[in-house]
Design a protein around this ligand. Structure first.
Ligand code: UDP
Length: 502
């Protein structure tokens, strides 16, 4: 794939990549960085000081080398990491409870620092101390439109990368129509199962409850989060291009609609699979376990090795969801009562203001015994590896877009329990459009969860979603290799970036 420019007077493209500083956004923008390096580019991945120090702590707890490059980042030539402060106190929650303040602080406080860093990086005549030439292009997270504008102001062309599903973006784009039709904000007493008619292409399956969570939370049309999502999505129309971690066949309807407004849209996903395919075809040794802000507990892989084929339900709510003690207890009892083996990721900050381990004493003896016999609870796992393990029969997921793609590639059917933002529409796609899982949204009682776990793991429904998931996985894997749509779109993106760098 490496295609350095034959004209040696033209400096090689150097792209600065700036993800919104949460795990899911960092993961897929790191995969993009790696693919661009394989295409001959220099890449500066810009993180926040806070996240870089978490990565460094993780790496020093897992190895003792003194290398300044965190070991949980891939050690790839021409890829370096720089950081700027997010300008928030160290103990600010960088999860769903604190993301709006994080965004505000990046806009107000960090953006001027970003601009001055970019000025330094783009004004060089030669290479810098790391051997990197001047930055010639920026790929910034599309939910940071002010960073995109700042890049253009400095004179560096900028492309937007949105890490959510194309379907959720299409809905965000249509927020003005949803407001105009009176479908959003929800009226008091509105039927959440009522069809939504103002999103072209989605009339056959979209219900009110499937709209992204800001639509259900908004009390008025001026709601801050609703307007923020509408504005940053509309902003992508004015950027040099839009990159999406999805693929043509999976979200053809939304992509077609988006392209009517943003013609230079590149669907190049799933990026984690594109990287894996590239590495395996080119014998590239992978040094990384992806970027992890939490320390990965790999003992779960040994536990999985000891479980029968497809006997385990893997449970995770992603990197930013926070839940109540009551919901966690309902899940716990249901998982044990289902009789299935379960691997459960419970992050240290999953419960608001409380350690989840406090709950243990309030559980019945029966539930504790069932947990010890059939459960494995860990704080963070290598998720892509877990989903590729033959013992995993189903993924009880919060329907984050990365998790959804990772499960699709693994051919693992899903039981969806969405929390927020795009997760409500993603779970509808899984349950109703692709039919590779069950959608449990808005239910959180132990009886329903137990019933749904059993249905997703055994019986006729389980066989059907498993078969569909298996077929979809094959199709998706084909998209990232030569001749596949994501592979070809990626080649077009490379040419587009090169044309901007001249
Ligand atoms: N993840 C992981 N280990 C875990 C849980 C999650 O590596 O124990 C990764 C997962 O593979 C995915 C990301 O964290 O790439 C979560 O992103 P997603 O878009 O699914 O959800 P978000 O965290 O943004 O809600």
């Amino acid at each position: 794939m490496e295609t350095p420019d034959s004209d040696s007077s033209v400096p090689p493209p150097h792209v600065l990549i700036f993800p919104f500083p949460i795990q899911g956004h960092m993961n897929c923008m790191l995969y993009l960085s790696e693919m661009l390096v394989y295409s001959g580019f220099h890449i500066t991945l810009l993180l926040t000081d806070h996240n870089l120090s978490l990565l460094r702590n993780n790496s020093s707890s897992s190895n003792n080398n003194n290398n300044s490059h965190p070991s949980s980042l891939p050690n790839i030539p021409r890829l370096r990491v720089l950081s700027i402060p997010d300008c928030l106190p160290a103990d600010h929650p960088r999860n769903l409870d604190g993301w709006v303040e994080l965004l505000d602080s990046l806009k107000t406080n960090a953006c001027p620092l970003y601009k001055s860093l970019l000025l330094d990086l783009c004004k060089m005549d030669d290479v810098d101390a790391d051997g990197f030439p001047a930055v010639t292009c920026v790929i910034a997270d599309g939910i940071l439109p002010f960073m995109i504008d700042a890049s253009e102001e400095v004179g560096v062309p900028a492309i937007a990368f949105r890490t959510a599903s194309a379907s959720s973006l299409w809905i965000y784009y249509c927020i003005p129509q949803l407001i105009q039709s009176g479908e959003v904000p929800f009226r008091d007493g509105a039927d959440w199962d009522e069809p939504i008619n103002s999103i072209p292409g989605m009339e056959s399956f979209l219900r009110r409850r499937d709209l992204p969570s800001p639509c259900r939370l908004a009390k008025n049309p001026e709601d801050k989060v609703l307007q923020l999502l509408a504005t940053c999505t509309a902003h992508s129309e004015r950027t040099r291009g839009l990159i999406l971690n999805t693929l043509e066949t999976l979200e053809s309807i939304s992509l077609e609609q988006i392209r009517a407004h943003m013609p230079t849209t590149y669907a190049i996903g799933p990026l984690h699979e594109m990287v894996r395919a590239y590495r395996s075809q080119n014998n590239v040794c992978a040094h990384d376990k992806s970027v992890s802000l939490w320390h990965q507990d790999c003992t779960c892989m040994t536990w999985l090795d000891q479980q029968p084929h497809r006997s385990v339900i893997y449970v995770s709510y992603g990197s930013v969801a926070v839940m109540t003690r009551e919901s966690l207890i309902e899940f716990w009892i249901a998982l044990v009562n289902s009789g299935e083996h379960f691997l459960w990721v419970v992050r240290s900050d999953l419960l608001r203001g409380e350690e989840w381990t406090n709950i243990w004493d309030s559980l019945s003896l029966e539930v504790r015994k069932g947990t010890e016999e059939r459960g494995c609870i860990v704080s963070w796992v290598p998720q892509v590896e877990v989903l590729a393990h033959p013992a995993v029969g189903c993924f009880l997921t919060h329907s984050g877009w990365n998790s959804t793609l990772e499960s699709i590639v693994g051919g693992v059917p899903m039981l969806c329990w969405p929390f927020a933002v795009d997760q409500q529409i993603n779970s509808r796609l899984v349950g109703e459009v692709w039919r590779i899982g069950l959608d449990m949204k808005d239910a959180c009682d132990k009886t329903t969860i137990e019933k749904m776990v059993r249905a997703a793991m055994n019986g006729e429904t389980a066989s059907e979603i498993r078969k569909n998931a298996h077929e979809l996985a094959k199709m998706v894997k084909n998209s990232v290799v030569e001749g596949g749509s994501s592979f070809e779109n990626f080649q077009r993106l490379i040419e587009h970036i090169k044309s901007l760098c001249k």
